[in-house]
Design a binder for this molecule. Structure first.
Ligand code: C5P
Length: 247
């Protein structure tokens, strides 16, 4: 695939959007994938990518999500698996292979597991399969500070993770939209081509505009869209707020 950042940028220009849909559909398990597919069809020209989390991955697995993933691919949208992958290299590699050979384009991993024998093999696998990897640098719930905000030596853990995102050559970082000052710090560490994806907009209280102003490239939005009476209106409102120039 193209580099994740290039792909997102090209979609952003094409669709005038900086929104990644978190397809976190809840309700009866049997009908979740159908609802997610409807959302993709409805919103495919209003967003830049789709993120899939346990809401779908657990009940369906990658095989049960094949049609959904294909539908996204047909619409030109990368699909990001939000595994927050955090295991030994061999297990990470197996997980990546399973996702990527079933159409997923990128995954999210947790840098906490460390490089040697953890993330190193995963990064190599992603590069070999030409797929994306985004590292979790700062989460969006209040307790994030208890882990990602811990002081390690003189600096908070998230800053170290930001430097590692740069050093390990990941495609980007996840940083909560609710923490613009942390976004700013992470932006100052990352390479220009490394993207910052920011969840937490809407229901969790994050402000999309402030996140982008601080240095985020894209916002990840779930419930404000998936649970809206009119999901298109909800995405359009965020797109208008962020007013991206279309190519
Ligand atoms: O519904 P909402 O917009 O709050 O969904 C945010 C999505 O992003 C969820 O899938 C959540 O698990 C995920 N996420 C997050 N904060 C992070 C990393 C991932 O909210 N730091």
């Amino acid at each position: 695939m193209r580099l994740l950042g290039d792909w997102l940028e090209s979609n952003s220009k094409k669709f005038g959007s900086r929104v990644i849909l978190a397809a976190d559909v809840t309700g009866p398990y049997e009908s979740r994938v159908e609802r997610a597919s409807e959302l993709v069809s409805l919103l495919k020209e209003r967003m830049v990518a789709v993120k899939v989390n346990w809401h779908l991955l657990l009940p369906y697995g990658v095989l049960g999500l094949r049609e959904l993933v294909e539908r996204c691919g047909d619409a030109g949208l990368p699909v990001i698996a939000d595994m927050k992958l955090n295991d030994i290299g061999a297990t990470n590699v197996e997980t990546a292979e399973t996702l990527f050979s079933n159409g997923f384009d990128a995954l999210i991993a947790n840098p906490f597991v460390g490089y040697k024998g953890g993330i190193d093999e995963l990064v190599s696998k992603c590069r070999e399969m030409r797929k994306g990897i985004v590292l979790l640098v700062y989460m969006s719930h209040s307790g994030a500070r208890e882990g990602y905000g811990l002081k390690v030596g003189n600096e908070p853990l998230y800053l170290r993770f930001a430097r590692e995102t740069r050093r390990w050559g990941a495609d980007g970082a996840i940083v909560s939209s609710k923490s613009p000052s942390i976004i700013r710090q992470v932006r100052s560490v990352l390479r220009k081509e490394q993207v910052i994806l920011s969840p937490g907009v809407g229901v969790q209280g994050g402000d999309a505009r402030r996140a982008l102003k601080a240095g985020s490239d894209y916002v990840i939005v779930g419930r404000s869209i998936t649970e809206a009476k009119d999901p298109s209106r909800s995405v359009d409102a965020i797109n208008r707020e962020l007013a991206v120039d279309t190519a």
